[in-house]
Every structure is written in structure tokens, then in C-alpha cells.
Design a protein around this ligand. Structure first.
Ligand SMILES: Nc1nc2c(ncn2[C@@H]2O[C@H](COP(=O)(O)OP(=O)(O)O)[C@@H](O)[C@H]2O)c(=O)[nH]1
Ligand SMILES: [Mg+2]
Length: 464
């Protein structure tokens, strides 16, 4: 890909909508010269733009007044991109903002691609790639949880782990390669056991990050979640409870819900796409049959399944409902209507029976059990906690995306191979260390590939 780094780029950074204020960003070596041509400061004493200062004035092009604006100039290398950057704060009218952008295009700028300012920041080593991805995540976060975790990466959580591994790899490469060149007495008195121990620790650090991948994915993409069960157990009541309002018709007539109903729901910071389905039972009703078939399709791709049971009742229809759950999905077994039982002991016994049955009947799925009453709202908070716990979502999650996951797996591969082949030769150790380092550099954006560039340019918004 041709990055055309010599071009000065321009874009609207504040979003393509009308708002009180709009921000236009320009980055590149002619940015400040161009500003000089069209900006007239109200303070007559201003001769030259100082870095990191705001100037109030007007934009004028060929004697035409464009807008009153505040401009901020950041001189290279102390700017977001590492190049000269100008930020124009104008009135946030879309037509006006486009006019200003056009003005700069006519003077020789090029329109920035999405994410191109950030890409330049990476290429100019202002930030590393994990921080660049964190910036994207902060901008795109659609729940508080996602936001707080991406802010952690912005502050360097992931960067510091990767950076530490990078430095240790560099140290060990230096040490091993020195062994080739120098007699042993000139080399620091560490030994191969220390190297092994440290590689082992690196593997553990990376495994910890990788273990967050599923949770990262759930947070980023939302969780496809389906409520299944036989008729009348309380599926639609559960849907309405989680949705927070009456969305689905609830009745004691079995077979009330026939179509699939779905809504996006923010469950304590986690985005869930929740599906209510028709109850599973043998039926001659054509519409109900179609509903059940559709439900099976939804279950087949669900990441999370609520299997709703009614207290003290378990039969073939219950099992039919869960039969199509894929083995990768997590299952929360909701034993509903426990308000019908006064004796706590009996509820406990039923729960135990269900746990036993679940171990037999599920395909090894991770599952949790919650006994509750959707009528009296008893124990419903536990239900939400269970979702977080089962999906691995907690404050320790380190957000990574597919790209980072794939590279981390590569690093793991080389480090594990290093340990496996340790006895063979110093050369083999050195080769594996070097391969691991190359992947780590790729991860940090120091050795940036076209894949990363495409990834960044396609997944960022314009102006960032
Ligand atoms: N006693 C009791 N009744 C409930 C509870 N939850 C739901 N119901 C009732 O069970 C019936 C069936 O509920 P619904 O949500 O339509 O079940 P669905 O067919 O599985 O969608 C309705 O009359 C609900 O009011 C509960 O916790 N306790
Ligand atoms: Mg229903």
C-alpha cells in the first residue's frame, strides 16, 4: 500500500453531523503554511504561530469570509501524529466544515483516510499499536464496561506487558548471541536456567492476556443470547425483565410466543442481543412449528443460552429445547417459579438434580444454575452476576482484538518451541528468540505490515 506520507492530510474530526463546534484537523509539513494563507488572527500582534497555543481569528479565502474560528497549532514532533498539526475549531455546521475541508484540499492537501492520523502517530512512534487500537476502542465503546477496559489500554496496560516482553527478549538475544562471539568469561554470569525461567514467565504473561480474548470479543461484538425452554416456563417474562419493559406478550396460554423476538440490551455494561423464542413442544399448529424451527436456527449460533425450567417439572420437552445448543455456548439454567415452593431444602434438592442432569445432557457446555422467581423478583441479581462470571467478563479482562490475538499466539508458539528444543543448540534458542521478537515488534507496530495498515484504515473513523 502506498502510504503517501509526504502528503498533508485533512479531515473533519468531530463527526459528520451538525453540532455546536466542529473540529477540522490537518497534518503534514505544509499544514502551518496553508493556515497562514487563510487565517487572519484578531490580535494584530501575532506574527508567528507558537506550538500548543490557541489563536482566535477568521478564515478568509479570496476575500470571502468563511467563519470565525479558534486554531491550535502543534509543531512537529510534539503533536498527535508527530508531524505539524493544525486543529481548526469552527462552528459545527456540516456544510461549513466541508467548505473548510475543500478549501484545504484545493490548496494541496489530501483527504485523510479513516484512522490515518493515528496510523501516522504509530509510524512516527508517537504511540505503539496497542495504544492505537485502544484509541479506536475508546471511540467505539458502546457500554461502560468496554469504555473502562479500553481506557486501561489507553493508559498502557497492554503496552506495558508487551514492552516488558520485548525488552527481555532483546536482553536474552544479546546474551545468547554474545556466547557465539566471545569467550565465556566476558559474558554476564547468568545462565541458561535463568533464560528458561524467564521465557516460562513470558509464556505465562502472554497466556494471561490471551485468556481474555473471548471476553474481549463478547464485549466488543455483544453476546448473541437466546432464551429457550418448553412453553409456559417464563421465557417471555425473563425477556421482559432483562429488557426492562414489557416487550413480549406474557400469558398462561402455552404457545403464546411463536415468532422470534430480539432486542439489544445493555446488561450491566455488557451488550447482549437477546432472543425470545417459541416454547419447544410437539404441536400440530403450523405457525408454532415454524417458530420452533426458527428457534433452533437461533440456538445454533448463540454464545449464551438461558435454559428456562419450571420448578419441580422436568420432561422431554425441556430436553428438546436445549438439544440444539452448540457445545461452545455457555448455558445458564434458570429454575423459575420457585415462589411455588416454601421449603428451601426442596429447592436445593431440585437444583442438585438439575446439575446432575445438565452434566449428562449438555455437550460439556460450561453452565451455571440460578433458582429464581420472575414473579416475586427473587434472586434475579444473581442471574446478571452469573452472566458476567460465565462469560469471563470482569475488571481483569485485557482487551485484545483478533489481530493481536493471532500475533500473541505466534509469539507463544516460538517461546514454547524454544523450551521444547532447548537442549538442541544455542543457535536454535537464538532463532526462536528472534522469531518471537519479530512478532512482538509487529504487535507494537514497529515492524508494521500491510495487514495492520489495512486493518487500521478500515476500522477507524474518519478524522482520527
Ligand atoms: N408463579 C409464577 N409464575 C410465573 C413466573 N414467571 C412467569 N410466570 C407466569 O407463567 C406464565 C407463562 O409465562 P411466559 O413468560 O409467557 O412463559 P413462556 O411461554 O415461557 O414465554 C405467565 O402466566 C406468567 O405470569 C414465576 O416466577 N412464578
Ligand atoms: Mg413466551
Amino acid at each position: 500500500m502506498n502510504l503517501e506520507l509526504e502528503n498533508t492530510i485533512v479531515a473533519i474530526s468531530s463527526g459528520l453531523k451538525n453540532a455546536a463546534i466542529g473540529v477540522i484537523r490537518i497534518s503534514g509539513n505544509i499544514a502551518i503554511d496553508l493556515l497562514r494563507k487563510v487565517f487572519v488572527p484578531f490580535n494584530k500582534n501575532v506574527r508567528e504561530f507558537e506550538s500548543h497555543r490557541a489563536y482566535f481569528g477568521k478564515l478568509v479565502k479570496n476575500d470571502e469570509f468563511i467563519d470565525e474560528v479558534v486554531v491550535i497549532v502543534y509543531r512537529a514532533p510534539k503533536s498527535y501524529t508527530g508531524e505539524d498539526v493544525v486543529e481548526i475549531n469552527c462552528h459545527g455546521n456540516l456544510i461549513l466544515m466541508q467548505k473548510i475541508v475543500n478549501m484545504f484540499l484545493e490548496m494541496g492537501c489530501r483527504l485523510a483516510k479513516p484512522g490515518e492520523f493515528t496510523l501516522r502517530a504509530v509510524l512516527n512512534k508517537k504511540i505503539d499499536l496497542s495504544k492505537a487500537f485502544a484509541i479506536r476502542d475508546v471511540i467505539e465503546a458502546n457500554t461502560e464496561k468496554m469504555l473502562s477496559l479500553s481506557l486501561k489500554n489507553l493508559q498502557g496496560q497492554l503496552s506495558s506487558i508487551i514492552n516488558s516482553i520485548k525488552e527481555r527478549l532483546i536482553y536474552w538475544i544479546g546474551w545468547v548471541e554474545a556466547l557465539f562471539d566471545f569467550p565465556e568469561e566476558d559474558i554476564p554470569s547468568v545462565n541458561f536456567e535463568d533464560l528458561k525461567q524467564d521465557v516460562f514467565k513470558m509464556i505465562q504473561d502472554i497466556e494471561k492476556v490471551i485468556s481474555s480474548f473471548d471476553a474481549s470479543k463478547f464485549l466488543r461484538e455483544g453476546i448473541d443470547t437466546v432464551i429457550v425452554g418448553k412453553p409456559n416456563v417464563g421465557k417471555s417474562t425473563l425477556f421482559n425483565y432483562l429488557y426492562g419493559q414489557e416487550r413480549v406478550i406474557i400469558s398462561d396460554i402455552p404457545g403464546t410466543t411463536r415468532d422470534i423476538i430480539s432486542e439489544y440490551i445493555n446488561l450491566d455494561g455488557v451488550l447482549v442481543k437477546l432472543y425470545d423464542t417459541a416454547g419447544f413442544r410437539k404441536t400440530s399448529d403450523l405457525i408454532e412449528k415454524i417458530g420452533i424451527e426458527k428457534a433452533k436456527e437461533i440456538i445454533a449460533k448463540a454464545k449464551l443460552v438461558f435454559w428456562v425450567l419450571e420448578y419441580d417439572s422436568l420432561d422431554d420437552d425441556d430436553f428438546e429445547a436445549i438439544k440444539n445448543a452448540p457445545n461452545f455456548s455457555k448455558v445458564i439454567i434458570v429454575i423459575n417459579k420457585i415462589d411455588k415452593e416454601n421449603e428451601f431444602q426442596k429447592i436445593k434438592e431440585f437444583e442438585e438434580k438439575i446439575i446432575k442432569v445438565a452434566k449428562e445432557k449438555l455437550n460439556g457446555n460450561d453452565f451455571g444454575v440460578v433458582s429464581c422467581s420472575l414473579k416475586t423478583n427473587f434472586n434475579l441479581e444473581t442471574l446478571k452476576e452469573k452472566i458476567h462470571r460465565l462469560m469471563g467478563i470482569n475488571d481483569d479482562v485485557i482487551l485484545i482484538d483478533n489481530y493481536q490475538y493471532e500475533i500473541l499466539k505466534k509469539v507463544l508458539f516460538y517461546l514454547r518451541r524454544l523450551l521444547d528444543d532447548f537442549h538442541m543448540s544455542q543457535e536454535i534458542v537464538a532463532v526462536n528468540l528472534r522469531e518471537a521478537l519479530a512478532s512482538i515488534l509487529e504487535l507494537m507496530g514497529e515492524n508494521i505490515s500491510d495487514v495492520v495498515i489495512d486493518n487500521m484504515l478500515s476500522r477507524f473513523c474518519i478524522g482520527k
